[in-house]
Design a protein around this ligand. Structure first.
Ligand SMILES: [Fe+2]
Ligand SMILES: [Fe+2]
Length: 540
């Protein structure tokens, strides 16, 4: 380096407030191709005097020509400044990563999974709608609510699920009627002469020893049963989790006849079989997506209007939104009127029709490539007894291009079978099963799938309409199972079925605050019908 060049470097160092001490330091600095990193490291380390040793220390802190392109295995500096002399620490501040590294994507809100746009390949506007309804009670409710209707409904449930148990080879032997078993109870009073019964459950209690007592009833009579925990079972086994009233199950065991009333000691309990479901997929030429939401609760003071606008903006601008062909709203679109005592003081819109008018206006903001499907929930203006019919034609008038269906609704989009159920019975599952809580609605959904019934318990929190055929039975395992109602959010998989607990657009209510329940509002769940990839988009 010629003297003129060194003079220029010295000028830069002096301007940066740095003083070079000794010939050795000068020579070391002269060998550098560039001194800007050295100046930066010295300034950040509060170094003023540059001796030969200090220069070497500074150079360990900055990326050199070699370290920048070095492979990741190359040892690199752990810090980029010298420690603060007053801190007594041996560790300085890291200024910037040196060497090659792989950046992890940032954690998403609520810990939501990341998604890749490659899994959502088709634009919605390029595909014609294909909706096939398999079950919707609208216009098909025949019950008069008489005792005979109730009897028919339960007989039909028993028949349907017994058939599933038999056809699915879930039973160890041919089941016999409870009356036949009872008649022959002396013969069936040892493990060597076990019998199998199938019937409706009426839960009694857990005994002090942890045994579950219940009655099992078929068309002939009811028998008192006792279930002990078998060894090595999971916490979802009925002996630990419990049973729901009016579940249909099979039981194998023998009678215990002693001084007390005879009872049936259950050695094995049989639920309808649920194997791994081979999911159907839309064809590659129809690889559009469906979006799921529920519980918008328009009319409530806690409806989150700014976040709705954010979602509408997302629909107009985001590439993922362009793949959304269907928007399924699974109940509680409005908050309703007179749903619970004192609701009026929580309402921003007190007139029911105005609530539906406002919901229609909000949905109008969705792009025209989106087809709407609307189910009712327990806050909607239809009969609360399930299956619920679709919203009244008078209400439907406000909506252009929406398909109104009942709750639950079993339908297919491009061959992908979807079961959408608002989810009122989750209240009963929380009360009835030990595993289920309001913060884990997916476990209620799991329980529904495993017992092949959406709302088994009569006389609980879910009003049921006793149709002669029990259409709350899950007769066909869906490819996608959707619920809402409890204002959580979940996307997952249970034995091959995609499980979606759709989010709400209502902020925490006073009632939820009192219970200490934290909702997960404003998350849109998107499922691609061809790849079955899912994406959850938060707007709050
Ligand atoms: Fe709701
Ligand atoms: Fe609800």
């Amino acid at each position: 380096m010629v003297d003129g060049e060194w003079a220029e470097r010295q000028r830069q160092l002096t301007a940066a407030g740095l003083l070079v001490l000794g010939k050795a330091a000068q020579e070391r600095i002269q060998r550098l191709s560039d001194i800007s990193s050295l100046i930066e490291a010295a300034q950040r380390s509060n170094v003023v005097m540059l001796s030969e040793r200090t220069v070497e220390e500074m150079l360990t802190l900055v990326p050199s020509d070699q370290t920048i392109d070095a492979p990741p295995s190359t040892p690199r500096s752990e810090q980029a400044t010298l420690p603060d002399p007053e801190s007594r620490s041996t560790i300085g501040r890291t200024l910037a990563p040196v060497g090659t590294q792989v950046l992890a994507p940032p954690v998403r809100r609520y810990g939501l999974d990341h998604y890749s746009l490659d899994d959502f390949p088709m634009q919605a506007k390029d595909v014609d709608a294909e909706i096939e309804i398999h079950f919707d009670i609208t216009g098909h409710s025949t019950t008069e609510g008489k005792m005979q209707d109730i009897r028919s409904c339960f007989s039909d449930r028993l028949r349907q699920i017994r058939q599933m148990l038999i056809a699915g080879r879930a039973l160890p032997r041919r089941p016999i009627s409870t009356s036949e078993a009872w008649r022959n109870r002396q013969r069936h009073s040892s493990r060597d002469y076990e019998v199998t019964l199938v019937g409706l459950v009426s839960v009694d209690k857990w005994s002090k020893g942890g045994y579950l007592w219940f009655d099992i009833e078929d068309d002939s009579m009811q028998v008192r049963c006792m279930l002990k925990e078998p060894t090595g079972v999971s916490s979802f086994h009925p002996s630990l989790d419990g049973l729901m009233n009016d579940d249909v199950v099979g039981v194998s065991g023998h009678f215990v006849i002693g001084n007390r009333d005879p009872y049936f000691s259950v050695s094995d309990i049989h639920m309808p079989p649920l194997g791994v479901h081979p999911k159907a997929a839309a064809s590659e030429a129809e690889a559009v997506s469906a979006a799921f939401l529920s519980d918008v609760h328009v009319g409530s003071k806690t409806f989150l209007a700014p976040q709705w606008e954010k979602m509408i903006e997302w629909f107009r601008t985001d590439p993922l939104a362009r793949t959304v062909k269907y928007f399924v709203l699974s109940g509680d679109g409005v908050d309703g009127v007179g749903i619970y005592p004192g609701q009026e003081r929580h309402l921003a819109i007190k007139d029911l029709f105005n609530q539906y008018g406002e919901l229609a206006r909000l949905l109008e903001g969705l792009p025209d490539w989106v087809d709407l499907m609307i189910l009712p929930g327990n806050h909607d203006a239809v009969r609360p007894a399930e299956p619920q019919p679709a919203l009244d034609p008078e209400v439907q008038q406000d909506y252009s291009d929406a398909v109104f269906v009942g709750n639950p609704c079993d339908f297919s989009l491009h061959g992908v079978r979807i079961l959408s159920y608002h989810g009122k019975s989750i209240d009963d599952f929380v009360a009835g099963l030990r595993s289920v809580t309001y913060s884990s609605p997916e476990l209620a959904m799991r329980a529904m799938m495993e017992r092949r019934h959406l709302a088994p318990s009569w006389g609980g929190k879910t009003p049921l309409s006793p149709e002669p055929e029990d259409r709350m039975v899950i007769s066909t395992v869906p490819d996608i199972f959707v619920t809402g109602h409890v204002h959580g959010h979940y996307v997952g998989n249970h034995k091959g079925t995609t499980m979606v607990h759709s989010s709400t657009w209502q902020d925490q209510t006073d009632y939820q605050r009192m219970l200490g329940f934290q909702p997960k509002p404003c998350i849109l769940t998107v499922v691609n019908l061809h790849t079955h990839a899912t994406a959850s988009i938060p707007f709050a």
